[in-house]
Design a protein around this ligand. Structure first.
Ligand code: PGA
Length: 249
């Protein structure tokens, strides 16, 4: 079975609404690749103009965060219904910046994953180790714990349609990419973990991205690995290079 590649930009806290529309227009002729699902995960305030700007292209829009409650007194938060109504298809859950700076733990992330799936949106669930964890040799133990905790109560059929992003924290925004071997080893480890929790068919179907300093120069080699189904791209998604990453072959 061959999995379709999925390459997503994670814009983080960059791009005002007007800058966002300009970037989408600039990238439009560059990100055409029918073999790849292309997603822009953008700040909440950019969602409506970006959904409008990508119309007629192959690009889908994602959010960078969401709250798990249906609606109500949660000042400052955004619901899945709001995202869906605005035209969003994907939601990043558990990015290391959310886990670290905003103290989002696995119990909270599990609620978010379930809510996103229930709403008919696709979660891009992030996991990844710190440099210290890598150096002490607990990378896979830590990531397995994240995956198992974040997927409590999620069915095999639901997992088949989701995306998992492996992002070693030490490689994010540092220009220090994991080697192809390191990235493949962990992505395969995640797939094995899914096979253990669920079954082989679920592991075969789930798409696993690598993220962390992906650029136009390293994308082809990373995405050629058997267990790497695309990338979650930060810095390089904000420039023309993203077109080269989408057309990595
Ligand atoms: P980076 O970010 O590509 O700038 O390293 C990746 C991410 O945080 O998703």
């Amino acid at each position: 079975m061959s999995r379709k590649k999925i390459i997503a930009g994670n814009w983080k806290m960059n791009m005002t609404p007007s800058e966002a529309v300009k970037l989408v227009e600039e990238l439009k002729p560059l990100v055409n690749n029918p073999d790849v699902d292309v997603v822009y995960c953008v700040p909440a305030i950019d969602i409506i103009p970006v959904v409008e700007a990508v119309k007629g292209s192959n690009v889908e829009v994602g959010a960078e965060n969401v709250y798990f409650e249906e609606k109500g007194a949660f000042t400052g938060e955004i619901s899945t219904a709001m995202l869906k109504d605005a035209g969003v298809k994907y939601v990043i859950i558990g990015h290391s910046e959310r886990r670290d700076y905003f103290k989002e733990d696995d119990a909270l992330l599990n609620k978010k994953v379930k809510k996103v799936i229930e709403a008919g949106l696709t979660p891009i669930l992030c996991c990844g180790e710190t440099l210290e964890q890598r150096e002490t040799g607990v990378t896979m133990d830590f990531i397995r714990l994240q995956i198992k905790s974040d997927l409590v109560g999620v069915s095999a059929d639901q997992v088949k349609n989701m995306v998992i992003a492996y992002e070693p924290i030490w490689a994010i925004g540092t220009g220090k990419t994991a080697t192809t071997e390191q990235a493949e080893e962990v992505c395969k480890g995640i797939r094995d973990c899914i096979a253990e929790i669920y079954d082989a068919a679920t592991a075969e179907a789930v798409r696993i991205q690598y993220g962390g300093s992906v650029n136009a120069g390293n994308a082809a080699e990373l995405f050629a690995q058997p267990d790497i189904d695309g990338g979650l791209v930060g810095g390089a998604s904000l420039k023309a290079d993203f077109g080269k990453i989408v057309n990595y072959k």
